[in-house]
Ligand binder design. Structure first.
Ligand code: IYR
Length: 223
């Protein structure tokens, strides 16, 4: 990571025609809008090279002061996946039975979710995403990070888009609380588990809830 203020010419910025830009935007919109959160996975393995390529896309995301305040742990070991499933289901049981308000449960009803998370063991790959409020230099100096939540959110968006574009299914899972991930995956206590991304291929009989996205005029204003 460069510390100087050395500047380079911006190279490789494309020069599309207006029409080409619109066409590209339409193509991207139609491709990304096909992504659905999947909750029924097959056990078909995913090549590590594919995951690593998508992680490199995630790692290219903008971040506060370019400090890249993220860590991604890729979990394919069945024993670890089992541990994660057991810990997540314990938290989720508590969530669905006690912690969640009626209002929250009502909001979740259309998704058909519950405390059972078999996909955490069935899916070939889990990516635990951590945000880092700071890091330490090799000499022990603590370096504060800026906007870690925003930065990790953006990197996660890049990752989800890259995985989808590569032809993989994802599920953004947020067992709450997620502190157990630090322990199971050996991450330091100052890192904050941000999201558990389930990655793989849909089961043949996978279904998705009949839900819709808001039309543009309901979430955009031009001034
Ligand atoms: N973490 C729980 C509950 C849950 C919460 C929200 I907000 C969702 O969009 C979906 C699920 C679970 O994973 O079941």
């Amino acid at each position: 990571m460069t510390k100087s203020s050395e500047m380079l010419p911006l190279a490789g910025f494309p020069d599309y025609s207006d029409e080409e830009m619109l066409q590209r935007a339409r193509a991207f919109h139609s491709q990304i809008a096909r992504r659905r959160t999947v909750r029924h996975f097959s056990d078909r393995p995913v090549p590590r090279a594919l995951i690593d390529e998508c992680l490199q896309a995630a790692g290219s995301a903008p971040s506060g002061a370019n400090l890249q305040p993220w860590h991604f742990t890729v979990v394919t070991d069945p024993k670890l996946k089992k541990k994660i499933r057991e810990a997540a289901e314990e938290q989720e049981r508590h969530f669905y039975e006690h912690r969640a308000s009626d209002e929250w449960l009502e909001a979740l009803a259309p998704l058909g979710t519950d405390e059972h998370k078999p996909y955490l063991e069935i899916a070939p790959c889990l990516i635990a995403i951590f945000s880092q409020p700071y890091h330490r230099e090799p000499d022990g100096t603590k370096v504060k990070h800026y906007y870690p939540a925003e930065s990790v959110g953006i990197a996660t968006g890049f990752l989800i888009a890259a995985l989808h574009d590569a032809g993989l299914a994802t599920l953004t899972h947020t067992p709450s609380p997620m502190g157990f991930l630090n322990e199971v995956l050996g991450r330091p206590p100052h890192e904050r588990a941000f999201l558990l991304l389930v990655v793989g291929f849909p089961a043949e009989d996978a279904t998705v809830p009949a839900i819709e996205r808001k039309p543009l005029d309901e979430f955009v204003t031009h001034r």
